[in-house]
Design a protein around this ligand. Sequence first.
Ligand code: HEC
Length: 501
Amino acid sequence: MARREGAAAVFGVVPMLRSRPCYCILCAVLGLFLAWLLLFGSPTSAIAQTPKGPVSFINDIAPLLKENCYACHDAKKKKGKLEMTSYETLRKGGTKDDPITPGKSKESYLIDVLRATDASRMPPKDVGDPLPKEKIDLIARWIDEGAKLDAGVAANADLLRELRKRWSPPTPPEKYKYPINVNALAFTPDNKQVVVGGYHELTIWDAATGKLDKRIRTRAERAYGMLFLPDGKLVVAGGRPGQEGDVRIYDIAAGTDGIADPKVMLKELVQSDDSILALALSKDGTKLAAAGCDRIVRVWDLPSGKLEHSIENHADWVLGLNFSPNGKYLASASRDKTAKIWDLGAKESLVTFPDHQNPVYAVAISADGKLGISAGEDNNVRMWQASDSAKQIGKQTKSLGGHGKAIFRMAVSNAAKPLLATCSADGTVRLWDATAGSALKTLSGPNDWVYAVAISPDSKLVAGGAWNGEVRIWKVDDGKVQTAFNASPGYAPAVKTEVKK
Ligand code: HEC
């Protein structure tokens, strides 16, 4: 098994494709070029992307600020009271005045701090190197040219949003060179197909044969959460790690362009500055919840499309969500090592379950609403008091034990006797009786971390998706594999060729 960055880093931080050394001609040429650079000094002007015309704030300067300064000068941190999220706030300055004197870079405090060698240097010395000289020169040139804002960008426009507008997603490879890490999958309402998150796309596979039926392009690089609405439309939560996140609604029957075709990409519920990792739908199909790296749990009333709640109750990424069967409570799991239940009516936190003492990846509420069920990095599925009438709310009633390694996701069926499915880094999917909390079956096979799990609407099938791209579909009744395929279109594992001596 390849080296991993630790299970806690799974959601969003692990690179999507395993990086391997590349021996192609292109890289060889690049290597020669780099060697030439080393030998003959660095012709920075030849490689730095210095614009020929006037320097553009939004295209050239804003990305530099975002990359190097936003960690401390965004709307939340505002170090030195300076916020750089818009041109207006940048020019307003912080504890000092406007750090920019248009036309005069040498008199601009912004350039002073970038070129400083003492403690006033930005970014501060303890966080890293100064900006490269050519980047500072570029900012200075922009100031000398008048420190202008581009036409069409409002002075108070959120720069992250403006940068996202100018970004367009790459086309997914026709044939995948490396397997996709499957982070999310869902059965279609007719139980016949499985939708899997690909690289800037959704791929749709026949659940009986494992044949690729369709590919739908998406803006999001990865899908982290997926569910079908009662009307057959698909909601997908996802994003581009560290860059953006979204929750979008698709009509997967209407076409293949989920980026620009309004018949396919029906609606964007939210756009955020980092990935959205979890989704949940109330049993009656009217409330949708989503959350992720920005820690905010958002709840929409679907019939009206209204955002009803924006809950900030966790200290770190929210990794899992689930409604109580009556739709009145929302359970959340977080990297902050707790699972919580939020009372949507009273708009307050009802209970915090602290026993995992490790990141909690997934959470559910039992069919009678009385128990919280959670799992995560500590390998355990735990059950605890969740109902508000229970005297010992938040107290663990049962540790189901569970997997040999971290548990990433859980799925609960709608059947009369609800079935709970969990998936784990130990390479298995396990089935549980969600009421009694007893183990039913262990479904093994993917031989790699299983990140995603889904139960078919008719509760007859369960699907697991793994790090190595494999999707396996088992029959619930006998635990046999119905089909297994790699959800990376066109991927053919490299065949090692012997070098003849
Ligand atoms: C790791 C955090 C951090 C990063 C990254 C950072 N800064 Fe700062 N910045 C600070 C702190 C802290 C202060 C307040 C310093 C003080 O008051 O002594 C500050 C103050 C400033 C000020 C003075 C604001 C005022 O009016 O007092 C400017 C200008 C500035 N930073 C520019 C930048 C630029 C440009 C970048 C990116 C290239 C950057 N900073 C990156 C932490 C940071």
